[in-house]
Design a protein around this ligand. Structure first.
Ligand code: PAF
Length: 283
């Protein structure tokens, strides 16, 4: 473990660092992040270190995945804190470009996310996944990793990126890592920092409701009735708006049927005041 970590801010310096490792036949893992790192991110770094010789962590708050009405300007930023955590986690390099380096004047090409992006988050955040797919395609081309590690907390994002890698023959493997949670079940997220003390107490009710729904549908319960019950529970707990609570096929993200015998996933996005929380669990 070192107390300092190398940070690069230009594609030129990044390529030089990666080329040095490649010259020694070392494999490279990438953990893409938007910073404001928490224990969930650190678990991704540790997984990357297990699966590859070197771990690069990108920190870039990507403007193209935020809609005009979303929280880009108030998205939490803490570079000094992030660097200290990454040094402690033994990451090898931080790739932290500015917006001008990532999207120089004249930038106009993008990836259109595939069918996995079409609803759930896609219905509430149009263009979000195009922005995520484009920046991840750029990160993959910049870092040229053998593997990239993503949290299952953003389950649909992982599905969209797996589809992109498959469809565009990108030469890397994506690895999903289970969601890290606080002791009361709340999924770790940079956005939890927005919650007031009172909201933070209510927040674990989302995980409780979707876990109960997942257990019920895994035991063959009726999906629409179970979803209605989960919605009642989160509303009673104090959530102010439900964007969706859905049971989907875990692979295709198409609406699930208990008769199919295929793995299912419960996915949810709900609001607590001004904060939108997402979560998902296996069913
Ligand atoms: O999950 C995130 O933090 C972002 O969507 C990602 C993958 C780093 C792309 O900006």
């Amino acid at each position: 473990m070192s107390d300092k970590i190398k940070i690069v801010r230009t594609v030129h310096d990044l390529r030089k660092a990666v080329a040095k490792w490649r010259g020694r036949d070392q494999t490279v893992g990438l953990v893409p992040t938007m910073g404001a790192l928490h224990a969930g991110h650190i678990s991704l770094v540790k997984l990357a270190k297990k699966k590859a010789d070197k771990a690069v962590v990108s920190i870039f708050v990507n403007p193209t995945q935020f809609a005009a009405n979303e929280d880009l300007s108030r998205y939490p930023r803490d570079e000094a804190g992030d660097l200290a955590k990454l040094a402690a986690a033994d990451a090898d390099l931080v790739w932290s470009p500015g917006v001008e380096e990532m999207y120089p004047d004249g930038f106009s090409t993008g990836v259109r996310a595939g069918s996995a992006a079409k609803d759930l988050e896609g219905a509430f955040r149009p263009c979000h996944f195009d922005g995520v797919a484009t920046v991840c395609a750029k990160l993959f081309n910049q870092v040229t990793p053998d593997i990239a590690v993503f949290g299952e907390k953003d389950f649909q994002q992982l599905a969209v990126l797996r589809q992109m890698v498959r469809d565009l023959n990108m030469p890397l493997k994506l690895i999903g890592s289970p969601t890290k949670r606080d002791a009361d079940g709340l999924a770790l997220s940079s956005r939890n920092a927005y919650l007031s003390e009172a909201e933070r107490k209510i927040a674990p009710a989302l995980y409780a409701a979707i876990s109960a729904l997942a257990k019920d549908v895994a035991n063959g319960a009726d999906i629409p009735a179970g979803v209605a019950d989960a919605k009642r529970k989160v509303t009673a707990a104090g959530f102010t708006k439900i964007d969706y609570i859905e049971v989907r096929d875990a692979e295709t993200l198409e609406p699930a049927s208990t008769a199919s015998g295929r793995p299912m996933r419960v996915l949810a996005a709900c609001w607590l005041g001004k904060t939108r929380l997402i979560d998902n669990v296996a069913a």
